[in-house]
Write a protein that binds this ligand. Structure first.
Ligand code: ZN
Length: 257
């Protein structure tokens, strides 16, 4: 599935008049590590950081390395504060009150108002503003307040330093997909429906390969309501309502089970 819950909700209201119950809270975007696919970066959190939940990212010889958008959104700030604070920074508005900050950049690759997707290069790692050496200062905010960061729904390490490997903008081959439940593990069934036996779970953020798709029980999940089920192994099915495939509905080129 591709579209998120709110866009489906709006479409439903406009088209059918068949009202869907309002969602009590907007799901957070699926944020990804703000570097290109496959790269590993050391991310440090510390309680005396400003703001406290920000992450400083480093790797060897990182000056000038590209910094990419964590999630789709609209660039709403491209600002140079000179030798103070963030220095050169970019802010992306992801909707639902969520935004991300990318600071101390060496230079910019986007402009205000630009729509960006996963993996879009925003600028390059630098040491501008109140920085003592090249690094990326990164924040996730909700309604303007900095929050503890999550990548693919998984909370970052607070407090300490951890290696984060990016799957941001990885080109998905046919059938490659990512489970997105916004937190809880997803139940795997022996067949295409909630009436089949549970045969385990897959964690939020897990990359899966879909062998085939079929119709089954209708489920409402992260990506709206769907009756499509994805076979991810022998006798292993998950609801497509919780899977990011890059497509709404069936994936072109993937067979029916
Ligand atoms: Zn910082």
């Amino acid at each position: 599935m591709r579209k998120r819950w709110m866009s489906l909700l709006v479409t439903g209201l406009l088209v059918g008049g068949a009202l869907v119950p309002a969602s009590p809270a907007l799901a957070a975007p699926t944020f990804k590590v703000p570097f290109p696919c496959g790269q590993s970066w050391s991310g440090q959190t510390r309680s005396d950081h400003s703001p406290a939940n920000a992450v400083d990212f480093n790797r060897t010889d990182d000056l000038g390395d590209p910094v990419v958008a964590s999630a789709p959104g609209t660039v709403d700030r491209v600002t140079d504060l000179g030798g103070t604070s963030y220095g050169k920074y970019v802010r992306i508005n992801h909707g639902g009150g969520y935004s991300t900050y990318y600071a101390h950049l060496n230079g910019f690759n986007v402009s205000v108002g630009q729509t960006v997707g996963y993996g879009k290069v925003l600028g390059w790692v630098g040491s501008t503003g109140g920085s003592t050496g090249p690094h990326l200062h990164y924040e996730q905010r909700l309604n303007g307040n900095d929050i503890q960061v999550r990548f693919n729904g998984t909370l970052g390490l607070y407090w300490g330093t951890k290696s984060y490997t990016s799957d941001n903008g990885c080109s998905s081959g046919a059938g490659n997909a990512t489970v997105d439940t916004s937190g809880t593990p997803l139940t795997v069934r022996s067949g295409p429906g909630t009436g089949y036996a549970s045969v385990g779970t897959v964690a939020d953020g897990t990359r899966v390969t879909i062998a085939c798709q079929t119709s089954g029980t209708t489920v409402t999940g992260t990506y709206g309501t769907s009756s499509i089920w994805d076979r991810i192994g022998s006798g292993r099915f998950i609801s497509d309502a919780y899977v990011y495939t890059g497509y709404d509905g069936y994936i072109p080129g993937i067979p029916r089970c």
